[in-house]
Design a protein around this ligand. Structure first.
Ligand code: SAM
Ligand code: SF4
Length: 330
């Protein structure tokens, strides 16, 4: 699949549920209304649509959410999709998780061919962790990370930079990740979705500042390592681990974008920062044949926009994109 700007689309991220056991302050409001079940693709439908993408050339699948590991019977989807790894049609099957259920599932994920996981940890302070996630327990996530490590999974930590919340912790996070053998990616907060009383402008911390502060203690060596995504990577000389920065607000990363995103209702977003989307659920449910589905996917890729323009609107304080990150999974 090649889009109108010559980019090969080889990476699909799938939000398998909009539900989550956490309510992170930058991601969700305290009270969330989740989707009714009939709107959400069944696990069989998710397998079918993922398999269509694989057939059309996707080489990398990432399951995300909401929290993918809280969806009932989710392992059957991983198990099913692992057949594409064995057949050589897929290079990677992976997930982004908050880690709360990892202790339970790490071995099984490894058994399904998963080799790497992204786990979100914004702070190493247990009280602050519960404050940010509103209902998470750091200890449970650390147990999950230990289980993932024992299972032989490579681990990348995602941390969202929040002004006045975890901004003094990045030295500790770099040291901790280095000691554990994890890569670390620091994410600038993005203006997505209504998050209730929280204020985006108050949360916003530019990564240029985070990076400048890190450079006082660490030697950050430039690398040309890229994943086709928005992260720019350096190597921390003292730990030997990679450190990535995702700065959607201050940088344009669209020219190398190789990905599209599917929601749990079967809506395909061709760009994280744009509203244009394609409905894949209708062609999926309308016919047992995959022909209408394949045609809808191809038509959507033909509309992939050149790029986005996120802004935190200072006058209106409205999110630049109305949907929550938990809808498209980040
Ligand atoms: N529940 C899983 C997790 O937390 O890793 C997967 C879904 S979560 C939406 C995916 C990633 O998006 C997480 O690393 C989270 O920190 C990040 N995220 C959520 N809302 C965000 C926002 N408004 N700005 C930047 N990153 C955000
Ligand atoms: Fe849940 Fe992940 Fe959003 Fe936090 S960031 S509320 S863990 S979906």
């Amino acid at each position: 699949m090649i889009d109108p700007f010559g980019r090969t689309i080889s990476y699909l991220r799938v939000s398998v549920t909009d539900r989550c056991d956490f309510r992170c302050v930058y991601c969700m409001a305290e009270e969330m209304t989740f989707l009714p079940k009939r709107e959400v693709l069944t696990l069989e439908e998710l397998d079918r649509v993922c398999s269509a993408f694989v057939r059309l050339g996707v080489r990398k699948l990432r399951l995300t959410g909401g929290e993918p590991l809280v969806r009932r019977n989710i392992m059957s989807l991983f198990r099913g999709l692992s057949r594409h790894l064995r057949a050589g049609a897929l290079d990677e099957l992976t997930l982004t998780t908050n880690g709360s259920q990892l202790a339970r599932y790490a071995d099984e994920l490894r058994d399904c061919g998963v080799r790497r996981v992204n786990v979100s940890v914004d702070t190493l302070d247990p009280a602050k962790f519960t404050e940010i996630t509103r209902r998470g327990r750091l200890e449970q996530v650390l147990e999950g990370l230990a289980a993932a490590k024992r299972a032989g999974l490579a681990i990348k930590i995602n941390a969202v930079a929040l002004r006045g919340v975890n901004e003094d912790e990045f030295d500790d996070l770099v040291a901790w990740a280095g000691g554990e053998g994890f890569d670390l990616v620091i994410i600038e907060v993005m203006p997505m979705g209504d998050i209730g009383g929280e204020n985006r402008l108050e949360q916003y911390l530019p990564l240029s500042l985070v990076r400048a502060r890190l450079q006082r203690r660490w030697t950050l060596d430039e690398t040309d390592y890229r994943t086709g995504g928005p992260a720019r990577y350096v190597t921390v000389r003292e730990t030997g681990r990679r450190l990535g920065f995702i700065t959607p607000l201050t940088h344009n990363f669209c020219e190398s974008c190789n990905r599209v995103r599917l929601t749990c209702t079967g809506t395909l977003y061709m760009c994280l920062g744009q509203e244009d989307a394609a409905d894949l659920r209708t062609p999926l449910r309308q016919s047992e044949s995959d022909a209408p589905l394949d045609a809808a996917i191809r038509a959507a890729i033909d509309r992939k926009p050149k790029g986005h323009d996120f802004v935190i609107d200072r006058r209106h304080q409205r999110p630049a994109v109305a949907r929550h990150m938990s809808v498209t999974g980040g």
